[in-house]
Design a protein around this ligand. Structure first.
Ligand code: ASP
Length: 316
């Protein structure tokens, strides 16, 4: 007799606002793909979150550019979009690429926007007054010292170069974050969704790990699902999400697999280094996370929980 599967959904920091929406669907028998998309849409709509969807911080030119991806563990199909403007829900465009344009996986910029219009996905403003203000404040004198105190030397060097580039590009003078949601449904299928506005003040057209399968997102029912937040260039260079699954296959538990994959990035030369984090969920519903910074957490909810709980990530 096969064992009943208890659905589970988990999210990176600030993703907890979406867990109830995802769990409601899972309890009703919906697929993990539907649950992770719904959870991420809630996060994308949250204007108080300045790293995802509406309210995300803009690029160097003051324009919000969004990246997202979704991967189905049952089929290992995926859809992704990058550098999308004018759409509050890039995760839904990524899902539509996966379901309706299966001969492709990743669409960027104008092509992604054209496809979203074609399949009827809603357009809407993404730059809020508050995000514009935070963008401007970060370029004021004193912002570098604050960045250094809060996020370390790598962030200050990054910001210094942003300010120099901005001065060159726009003569008028002009924390990081992403959401990962991973779910296991009652049928035993896994899915992973990731959405981000990327780095504030990023060079226009910059694409991070969140849109790249293998780097910021990977999912395979036979092994598990994994996703990353933090310095995307490191996750791209080390193929971190896929590496988490390889570490699982090598015998690590979920937190250990995340730690092993993050350790692969430790000696990559990178003068802009800032924290990198990974999350993992396995087909039996066990989960774990790791981070290169102390005190990092994630949120998790099972079908028998009334609300989410916060779990610590292993620090490496
Ligand atoms: N990983 C994201 C990116 O590189 C940013 C973040 O999570 O802070 O775009």
């Amino acid at each position: 007799m096969s064992r009943a599967i208890t659905p589970v959904i988990l999210a990176s920091e600030r993703g907890e606002v979406g867990l109830a929406a995802g769990m409601d669907l899972l309890r009703g028998g919906a697929s993990a793909m539907d649950a992770v998309e719904a959870a991420v849409r809630t996060v994308e709509a949250n204007e108080a979150d300045h790293y995802v969807g509406v309210g995300g911080l803009p690029n160097l030119l003051g324009e919000v550019e969004l990246d997202a991806s979704i991967m189905d563990g049952a089929t290992r199909r995926a859809g992704a979009v990058a550098a999308v403007t004018g759409f509050p829900h890039p995760i839904t465009i990524a899902r539509a690429v996966c379901d309706q344009l299966p001969q492709h996986l990743l669409l960027v910029g104008a092509g992604a926007e054209r496809f979203a219009d074609e399949v009827g996905i809603e357009r809407g403003p993404t730059l809020t007054d508050e995000a514009r203000q935070l963008w401007q404040d970060g370029l004021e004198p004193g912002a570098l010292a604050q960045a250094q105190a809060k996020h370390g030397a790598g962030e200050a060097i990054y910001r210094q170069q942003v300010i120099e580039r901005l001065a060159a590009m726009t003569p008028h003078g002009g924390p990081w974050g992403t959401v990962n949601v991973l779910a296991l449904d009652a049928a035993g299928n896994l899915a992973v969704a990731v959405s981000t506005s990327g780095y504030p003040w990023k060079y226009p057209g910059r694409v991070g790990d969140s849109a790249l399968i293998g780097a910021g997102n990977y999912c395979d029912n036979r092994v598990g699902g994994a996703a990353c937040t933090g310095r995307g260039e490191l996750a791209i260079r080390a193929n971190t999400a896929r590496s988490v699954l390889l570490a699982l296959q090598a015998g690590h538990d979920p937190a250990g697999a995340c730690a092993a994959a993050l350790a692969e990035t430790a000696d990559l030369p990178d003068e802009f280094r800032s924290p990198l984090q990974a999350l993992c969920l396995t087909p039996d519903g066990s989960h774990g996370g790791a981070s290169t910074r102390p005190g990092a957490t994630y949120s998790v909810m099972t079908a028998s929980d009334d609300t989410y709980r916060i779990e610590e990530r292993r620090q490496i």
